[in-house]
Design a protein around this ligand. Structure first.
Ligand code: ZN
Length: 150
């Protein structure tokens, strides 16, 4: 597959065009801003944690299709998860994106996030796909902050 086929699958294009959970959360308990200067992606994550679990999450931002779709899909898989489960899921996602292209991907474990597995063949785009996640983790760890992904 070429880059366009791998990166711009239908589900990615759909989330880019119609991002889910797009906007701000007035009652967010955690919030962070992330930048990816390499691509110009910018994302702001609003997270509401209640009793150790993600009750709600929204995002705002501008950027390439990969970064926007990744943030959008991320918001659809977090609700109801504990913060440890969220970190664990990010770790698995990150491991796949930084693995070698010939290594098998456990798509079952990744669920909806598996659509980004092809991104690992294009290292410069990995930061686009992980920006929202890095920003989310930053929000969880630091509550309010600005993050630049180098
Ligand atoms: Zn990007």
């Amino acid at each position: 597959m070429d880059e366009v086929d791998l990166l711009y699958q239908e589900v990615i294009l759909d989330h880019n065009k119609n991002p889910r959970n797009f906007g701000e959360l007035d009652d967010a308990t955690h919030q962070a801003v992330g930048h990816n200067p390499l691509c110009g992606d910018h994302v702001e994550i609003f997270l509401k944690v209640n009793d150790g679990k993600v009750e709600d999450v929204k995002f705002k931002g501008v950027g390439c299709a990969i970064s926007k779709a990744s943030a959008s899909i991320m918001t659809t898989v977090l609700k109801g998860k504990t913060l440890d489960e969220v970190k664990d899921l990010f770790q698995r996602f990150h491991n796949v994106l930084t693995s070698k292209a010939e290594e098998p991907v456990n798509t079952e474990e990744l669920g909806k996030l598996a659509v980004f597995a092809g991104v690992r063949e294009f290292p410069v785009r990995v930061k686009c796909a992980t920006l929202a996640w890095h920003t989310l983790i930053e929000a969880i760890e630091k509550k309010n902050s600005v993050l630049t992904v180098e």
